[in-house]
Design a protein around this ligand. Sequence first.
Ligand SMILES: Nc1nc2c([nH]c(=O)n2[C@H]2C[C@H](O)[C@@H](COP(=O)(O)OP(=O)(O)OP(=O)(O)O)O2)c(=O)[nH]1
Length: 133
Amino acid sequence: MIKVAAAVIVSEGKILAAKRKNERLGGGFWEFPGGKLEPGETPKQACQREVAEELGDQCEVLERIDVSRHFETPYGELEIDFFWTKLKTYNLKLVAASEYRWLTPEQLESVTWLKPSEPVLEVIKQTDLRKFE
Ligand SMILES: Nc1nc2c([nH]c(=O)n2[C@H]2C[C@H](O)[C@@H](COP(=O)(O)OP(=O)(O)OP(=O)(O)O)O2)c(=O)[nH]1
């Protein structure tokens, strides 16, 4: 079982979408920044570390998003925890991503997401993002 934590980053009513670099597994598809847990880490800690590594930014990891977390993929069984997250800094370095886009809930489907991320889009659309401001 591969455990993953991902950050659903909210700012001014928009969500940060990241396009995976082409050479990575799932390259070209869009995702929420994140990655695999390291030994001994909680999902929240992993989320914070991945944002620091991939964006070069500090963040505040808020609550877990209540959405399915188990996925069967061609590359194995995944357990993904998605967290509402706020950035404290905005370096937005392109380390794992080739491009970032800030999308409104209505624009989320303008990009093609990794399949396991799709249920999160529905939750975002049903959430009043102003509560994170
Ligand atoms: N970060 C992230 N990963 C996702 C999402 N949806 C989804 O299916 N995944 C999958 C893709 C990968 O199989 C796995 C994340 O692992 P990863 O490859 O990004 O891991 P990592 O950053 O630790 O880096 P590495 O193994 O490439 O060095 O989770 C998502 O929205 N965000």
